[in-house]
Design a protein around this ligand. Structure first.
Ligand SMILES: Cc1cc2nc3c(=O)[nH]c(=O)nc-3n(C[C@H](O)[C@H](O)[C@H](O)COP(=O)(O)O)c2cc1C
Length: 490
């Protein structure tokens, strides 16, 4: 077993992306049947530690979520309870309860999930902080609390398993997929959904950590059996999908502060008499090139990440967007979905993102490649065809469609069978950013897996058959519906 050989991976790439109908014909389960697992994992015998029940109502502009933070200097600085609470709730908390005749699935989180099954579980390793012992905890969304499941530091084992130096880590988040939570219904197809959703959850945690000024990264290659055992999950039934070390970020230096700590010296050296006014342009441009501050410029004022997360929505059971254009600035901001992120994958994102503009004020309909929004193709006559999937969404009203394309051959060459999981994690990060950026524009974003790969490749002008669209997300204005959507506000 393990990531030796690629036969199983090759077959899964093929079956889920190129022949999913056959895969689903091999059987699907029934929602509401006795084998449907609960949506929230609970540990009846363990006492949860409540997190502060008041959360910050602002985290900062959504654009600040993409800033890169440099990890601190190796001294452990535990997260204070307010920061930890904000990271967990906004990162992967219960955010909304829908009631009403059309509300198919009542419980929603800050991250979407196919049919709201939520196979992703969030665990965390925390260092000792005086009030709370070091150990491994599970995040209980329903009660906004953490449940201690293993005491002890275990930092060296976790660091060795994840190939990461955890000295000074404020926390390590571990995302698992509890496979049966999705597989009871989707059976063989579930691994695709589970890995997509784990990627989206990682993407959301990165954004929230970014706004909180934390240095977070995503590790995709680690010793699964070790992390699984650390979390006490049932082997091969619940699997670690990603490990996210979180560090306090190092405040960037200013010249003024450093200069007070550095006495001047003036060693004599052989020099000449000079008249610098004769070369004033040289001295002028040099003076104007001096940096006095390495802090990133404050991001421009924008919609707060909290508001964007509250507005993130997949558009209801049937998504029939109102045909109304979106603003060009909102369309351009969607391109942040393809911003780089930190982790163990080298140059990222690995996938290539595209936006297809249909109704955007001042932007020609067409196919645009991210991050630069370079035009790479035209919008087909007649708009999106039936290759974009079953009519859950009225495609004529969609403002823009988002795609992430991964190269299957390259992923397999580099990562073996694990390449499938890694491609979905990487694509999921961009996908979740897109959904939240759509929320910031007051628009719904609906992940839709039921597309035909060949149609999408044609639309995007992809010629290499190994380049496979991993995500399709429709962005549009929601209609009024008969649903009461209650935000969960702590
Ligand atoms: C990975 C993934 C795949 C999805 N695929 C589909 C799909 O094929 N068709 C569909 O109608 N909705 C799909 N959805 C949308 C979910 O059903 C929707 O996000 C869920 O109902 C939660 O609603 P919310 O995002 O508004 O909280 C998908 C969601 C995810 C995360």
């Amino acid at each position: 077993m393990g990531d030796v050989g690629t036969e199983v991976g090759d077959r899964y790439w093929h079956n889920t992306l190129l022949d999913s109908a056959s895969l689903l014909r091999r059987g699907i389960g029934v929602e509401g049947s006795p084998d449907e697992p609960p949506k929230f994992k609970s540990y009846p015998g363990l006492r949860a530690l409540p997190l502060p029940q008041r959360l910050p109502s602002r985290l900062g502009p959504v654009t600040a979520a993409f800033g890169e933070h440099v990890p601190g200097d190796g001294r452990t600085a535990p997260l204070d309870a307010d920061t930890l609470g904000a990271l967990l709730h906004y990162g992967y908390g219960l955010s909304r309860v829908d009631v009403g005749p059309l509300s198919g699935w009542p419980y929603h989180r800050t991250v979407p999930s196919a049919r709201c099954f939520y196979p992703t579980e969030l665990y965390l390793w925390l260092p000792e902080d005086g009030a709370r012992p070091a150990g491994v905890y599970h995040y209980d969304q329903l009660h906004h609390a953490i449940v201690p499941i293993r005491r002890g530091d275990h930092r060296s084992i976790l660091g060795a398993a994840a190939g990461a130096d955890l000295d000074g880590a404020a926390a390590v988040l571990l995302l698992t997929s509890h496979l049966w939570k999705t597989a009871f219904r989707y059976r063989h197809y579930a691994y695709r959904l589970c890995t997509q959703e784990a990627g989206m959850t990682a993407g959301n945690l990165l954004m929230v950590a970014g706004c909180l000024g934390l240095a977070a990264s995503v590790r995709t290659r680690f010793l699964d059996e070790v992390t699984d055992r650390l979390l006490g999950v049932v082997p091969a039934e619940e699997r670690t999908m990603a490990v996210l070390p979180i560090f306090p970020s190092r405040p960037a230096a200013t010249a003024e502060e450093l200069l007070t700590r550095l006495p001047e010296i003036s060693p004599a050296f052989r020099d000449v008499q000079k008249d610098v006014t004769l070369a004033s342009d040289t001295y002028e441009i040099d003076a104007h090139s001096v940096l006095t501050d390495l802090r990133p410029p404050a991001p421009p004022d924008d919609v707060d990440l909290v508001e964007a997360l509250r507005l993130r929505n997949s558009g209801g059971t049937l998504f029939k967007p109102v045909r109304r254009p979106m603003a060009a600035a909102d369309f351009r901001r969607l391109a942040l979905a393809a911003a780089p992120y930190s982790g163990d994958l080298g140059t990222v994102p690995l996938g290539t993102s595209h936006l297809v503009a249909q109704h955007v004020t001042g932007v020609d309909p067409g196919v645009y490649r991210l991050p630069g929004l370079d035009v790479v193709g035209e919008m087909p006559q007649g708009g999106f065809d039936e290759g974009t999937g079953p009519p859950i969404v009225d495609m004529t009203g969609v403002n823009a469609m988002f795609y992430v394309v991964a190269n299957r051959d390259r992923m397999t060459e580099r990562f073996g069978a694990r390449g499938y999981r890694i491609a979905n994690l990487d694509a999921g990060i961009a996908a979740q950013r897109l959904c939240v950026l759509a929320g910031a524009a007051g628009l719904a974003a609906r992940p839709l897996n039921g597309y035909r790969v060949a149609s999408v490749q044609r639309l995007l002008g992809v010629v290499d058959p190994a380049e496979l669209p991993m995500f399709q997300i429709a962005v549009g204005h929601r209609t009024v519906n008969a649903q009461y959507e209650m935000p969960i506000v702590f």
